[in-house]
Design a protein around this ligand. Structure first.
Ligand SMILES: C[S@@+](CC[C@H](N)C(=O)[O-])C[C@H]1O[C@@H](n2cnc3c(N)ncnc32)[C@H](O)[C@@H]1O
Length: 277
């Protein structure tokens, strides 16, 4: 037999691993962007003290604790309060005036990670006098991060950085009024949690579960290939009410998606759009 290309073998092994994970556990990573996926798979292989993708496949399929670690290793949970403050300024200036005209506002944070973005939005809406009219659904495929989000306790040493981001995002108060410093960290006040609902939802395999006035799906699509991005755009479009607002991450776009023409730009730089069709 003539020697074959090891890269080709690795690609086959990765496809088999992802197929097995999907068929056995229901998590579908088959259309995630390959370069970052490969890097993360190899990080997990090393952390598990294995030497090949097939070795990881065997362990993941026979050991559900390893599957949990695999899942954590694959999902990039990097987030921050008031991440990209200019987005929040645009949201205050362009989206909030529209939302004022609604008696009740339903918001979906898709891929909310540990919840920093969700509490940021709750604070913004509170300061704009709209929070009592809102219900915010915050979802992620990863239940471990959702547990953290639900607790609403963040590391105290981050508060200085978050205070700066809050001010740059147009924050109107003293940021420390929103949390109490405890031994465990900065505990966000329970009034901010009143209208939040955290729940698991997978953007790839789960259907729409409501109709929303606002959908924020920031820094999630970047991990998907084009086919999967288009599939998720379909889900987001179908979950957004006519004239609803869509917010994407800085490095993401609607341009080139089949849904591009169904939205107007509210703040193109900030990836803030409004459904018009
Ligand atoms: C980089 S974080 C972004 C968090 C937050 N939206 C932000 O912008 O700061 C990406 C999140 O997307 C989630 N994610 C990845 N694939 C997903 C999927 N198929 N369904 C739902 N969430 C997913 C990950 O678990 C992770 O928490």
């Amino acid at each position: 037999m003539s020697p074959k290309n090891p890269n080709e073998l690795e690609d086959i092994e990765i496809q088999l691993l992802l197929e097995g994970v999907y068929r056995y556990y229901g998590f579908d990573f088959r259309n995630y962007a390959m370069a970052s996926l490969k890097r993360r798979i190899w990080n997990t292989i090393r952390a598990e003290k294995l030497t090949s993708v097939s070795g990881l496949q065997e362990k993941v399929l026979h050991d559900s604790a390893c599957m949990e670690r695999f899942l954590l290793g694959l999902s990039v949970n990097v987030t921050a309060m008031f991440r990209d403050p200019s987005f929040y300024i645009a949201f205050r200036n362009k989206a909030v005036p529209l939302l004022r005209t609604y008696p009740f506002i339903r918001i979906w944070h898709a891929g909310c990670s540990t919840g920093e973005e969700v509490y940021s939005m709750a604070i913004l809406l509170f300061e704009e006098g709209l929070y009592h009219r809102c219900r915010i659904y915050a979802t992620d495929m990863n239940e471990a991060v959702l547990r953290k989000a639900k607790a609403g306790i963040f590391s105290l040493h981050l508060m200085q950085e978050y205070t700066q981001l809050y001010l740059r995002a147009g924050g109107k108060e003293s940021f420390s009024k929103y949390y109490t410093a405890g031994y465990d960290g900065a505990i966000f006040h329970s009034f901010l949690k009143e209208n939040l609902i955290f729940s698991p939802h997978n953007l790839v395999t789960d259907a729409s579960f409501n109709e929303f006035n606002v959908i924020l799906c920031r820094n999630v699509l970047i991990y998907f290939n084009k086919e999967l991005q288009d599939q998720v755009h379909k889900l987001l479009y179908g979950s957004l009410k006519i004239f609803g607002v869509l917010g994407l991450g800085k490095q993401e776009t609607l341009i080139g998606s089949p849904y591009e023409d169904f939205y107007d730009e509210l703040a193109a730089q900030e990836k803030l759009y409004r459904r018009v069709e």
